[in-house]
Design a protein around this ligand. Structure first.
Ligand code: C2E
Ligand code: MG
Ligand code: MG
Length: 664
């Protein structure tokens, strides 16, 4: 006769076989990552064993032979033990499905709940063992009949709390899960809970375990169908953070291609500032953990229809709805990230700030790559600007960039075609009114026009082609000097500007020496001018460069003296031959500037430096300087920069006309 108990036993047995089978399939399915297969296999194995034990626990009831007694005792203890131990395995499976990976260190926000789940589960298992001796959960009488103990409800309380903890993780990160994933994972909570409620009122049937079995079937079905999704997920996911990668972000954006919806978004490309300091402090591994934790914490602030992706290194992209962009950017300006510091063995907090390039999507026909690259360009601009944190990319800015790129190409062409030439601006001895030197200043002879340095120097500094320019000008100055000497003229020392960018080349002094030596001109005819402003290289690098030039027999001057904050340090550390006073100090009649000027002149004299005043336009400036004892003057008052021919004429008649002579 088929009674209800037999049906239940059959059903439990069927479910248990199903669980064992799914465990077998899960462990052998190579399409899924090991990290997903392992907890699922374990969960299904435990589920299978639980259901098998449960079904066996009914078979021997009421029968008192040895085998039945043993069967009832063993199977019941296994059922209780597995009920206690399964929640943490389930928690791990949920974390893996949610974040694509399981790491207590990385998933900081869920960490506390998972640890609590593990601890509770351990306590529950101990109580099951205690119950074997004390009978607090259940007893089996001499007739081999099962009776609930006084503390039986406690055996349900522990797993229930654990399940609630996992539910809270599921609810919090539901946006990371697909609909079917969420349903299947929740079923592992809902079915046994429903079973528990029924079981509380009805002794004799294992509704909880039947619920577990049913949900195992559901989990298996969802898991099987997720194979394709899983492969796609891997391709779109960045391993370290579990966030979408660049490909994932492009695909996400492309879903809205040509739809008005796309115009509701802004793309933000950002990188974490001073991340190298974090890496230095916590090591590369610590840095990686912080990166992952940062991504996770930030993603919690995103709406369901927004996206955060990791590009590479410390760079991320976010696609944010326009109305949230202000709050998102203020979040990027810095927030504390907690992470597990392996070295200290403790959870720590570190403030992480980012700098962003922002692009508001303004055309629905743009594709994902286009959108990301615009925000990326904005970020690269933000990086070159000190102080400014975020840059908003606009169409105008993009056009400017395009222009700049074209101009850069033209400059590159100009360098290849040898279009840069030196102009010379004389330096005049104010006492004798004769030419006593000159400065070579670059000009770009391009498309029939002559362009001043203001149109190309800063761009060349930026892309570092300035080094090539400086050497080209030096070569041409040497060639001009050699030519004038060959014509029997006696040219004075010519100074040539060298950008501090050249200091990146450790052999720059040798290169300079090679060029000058190859031209055959005496070394004292060349003076190298370096500006004092630049914090790119430590002062020692500049000192090494200046010392090397001195060893080769060249003069070195410091240009625009007084502009930088480190002027005095520079003078203390490095021996220069000439000090060129910045135009600004001579320009104004301001009493403060006058005092500084007097002070600089005194300082230069006491350090035995030659002083050159540049940018001198008026007679009264010359007078003032002469009274202070500055005898070398460079400026429009005497001459503007001129081509080589012009200087040659000056060399032939180095005395300035009457009008330039001051009455003594
Ligand atoms: P600098 O080396 O301080 O050169 C002096 C600048 O002041 C020159 O501008 C010169 O024409 C200008 N100047 C001279 N006298 C007067 C004057 O009386 N009034 C006014 N208002 N200005 C005067 P320029 O030729 O436009 O060069 C600007 C800057 O570009 C230079 O400043 C130098 O820093 C840089 N530069 C020029 N040629 C080169 C080069 O070959 N290599 C490098 N690295 N930089 C260069
Ligand atoms: Mg100069
Ligand atoms: Mg200057």
């Amino acid at each position: 006769m088929i009674d209800a108990l037999s049906v239940q036993v059959a059903f439990l047995l069927f479910e248990s076989v199903f669980c064992f089978l799914t465990a077998l399939l899960a462990v052998s399915n190579e399409n899924h990552r090991r990290r997903i297969r392992l907890p699922l296999t374990l969960l299904n194995l435990m589920g299978g064993l639980l259901l098998l034990s449960d079904s066996l626990s009914y078979i021997g009831l009421g029968k008192t032979d040895m085998v039945d007694l043993a069967l009832t005792h063993i199977s019941n203890s296994i059922v209780f033990l597995l009920c206690a131990l399964m929640p943490p395995v389930y928690a791990v499976y949920v974390v893996v499905r949610t974040f694509g990976d399981f790491s207590l260190r990385r998933h900081a926000p869920a960490r506390g709940r998972i640890i609590a789940c593990m601890v509770l589960s351990g306590i529950a298992a101990i109580l099951v063992l205690v119950s074997q001796v004390t009978g607090i959960y259940y007893t089996i009488d001499s007739g081999n009949n099962y009776h609930r103990g006084d503390w039986f409800p406690l055996s349900l309380v522990f797993p229930s709390i654990c399940f609630l903890l996992v539910v809270s993780i599921l609810i919090q990160y539901r946006h990371k899960l697909g609909r079917w994933q969420l349903i299947a994972l929740s079923s592992y909570l809902i079915f046994p809970t429903v079973g528990m409620v029924i079981q509380a009122f009805s002794i004799g049937y294992s509704y909880i375990n039947m619920g577990i079995g049913l949900s195992a079937i559901l989990l298996f079905i969802e898991w099987t169908f997720s194979t394709n999704n899983e492969i796609r997920h891997i391709a779109r996911t960045e391993v370290r953070t579990g966030l979408p990668n660049e490909h994932g972000c492009v695909e996400w954006l492309n879903h809205m291609h040509n739809q008005p919806e796309l115009l509701k978004y802004t793309a933000v490309f950002f990188d974490l500032v001073k991340f190298s300091d974090i890496n230095r402090k916590y090591g590369i591994t610590g840095g990686n953990v912080i990166l992952a934790s940062y991504g996770l914490t930030l993603s919690e602030h995103l709406a369901k229809d927004e996206l955060l992706a990791r590009q590479y290194g410390n760079q991320f992209v976010a696609v944010i709805r326009n109305e949230h962009i202000d709050s998102f950017l203020s979040l990027l300006s810095g927030f504390p990230v907690s992470f597990y510091d392996k070295q200290a063995g403790d959870v720590r907090e570190v403030e992480v700030a980012a700098r962003a390039g922002v692009f508001r999507i303004d055309r629905s026909d743009m594709d994902g790559e286009d959108i990301i690259s615009r925000a990326a360009i904005a970020l690269s601009m933000a990086k070159t600007k000190t102080g400014a944190q975020n840059i908003f990319m606009t169409r105008e800015l993009l056009n400017d960039l395009e222009e700049k790129r074209k101009f850069e190409n033209e400059i590159e062409h100009g360098l290849k075609n040898d279009e840069f030439i030196p102009f010379y601006q004389p330096k005049v001895d104010a006492k004798t009114h004769t030419l006593c030197g000159a400065e070579a200043l670059a000009r770009w002879s391009h498309n029939g026009g002559i362009y001043p340095p203001s149109s190309f120097i800063s761009l060349m500094e930026e892309n570092r082609s300035i080094c090539e320019l400086d050497l080209m000008i030096l070569r041409k100055v040497c060639r001009d000097l050699a030519g004038w000497i060959a014509e029997g003229l006696t040219p004075p020392t010519i100074s040539v500007n060298f950008s501090r960018r050249n200091l990146a080349d450790p052999e720059i002094a040798d290169r300079i020496n090679e060029i000058i030596s190859a031209s055959g001109i005496p070394h004292h005819l060349i003076e190298i001018e370096v500006t004092e402003t630049s914090d790119e290289f430590p002062i020692q690098v500049l000192k090494k460069f200046v010392d090397a030039l001195h060893q080769f027999g060249y003069l070195v001057s410091i240009d625009d003296f007084g502009c930088a904050s480190s002027s005095l340090t520079l003078l203390r550390e490095i021996t220069f031959d000439t000090l060129k006073i910045d135009k600004g100090f001579v320009d104004k009649d301001d009493s403060k500037d006058q005092t500084i000027l007097e002070y600089i002149v005194k300082l230069a004299k006491s350090l035995d430096l030659q002083i050159v005043a540049e940018g001198i336009e008026y007679e009264k400036q010359v007078r003032k300087l002469r009274d202070l004892g500055v005898m070398v003057i460079q400026g429009y008052f005497y001459d503007k920069p001129m081509p080589a021919d012009g200087l040659k004429k000056r060399l032939e008649s180095p005395h300035y006309e009457e009008s330039k002579r001051l009455e003594s």
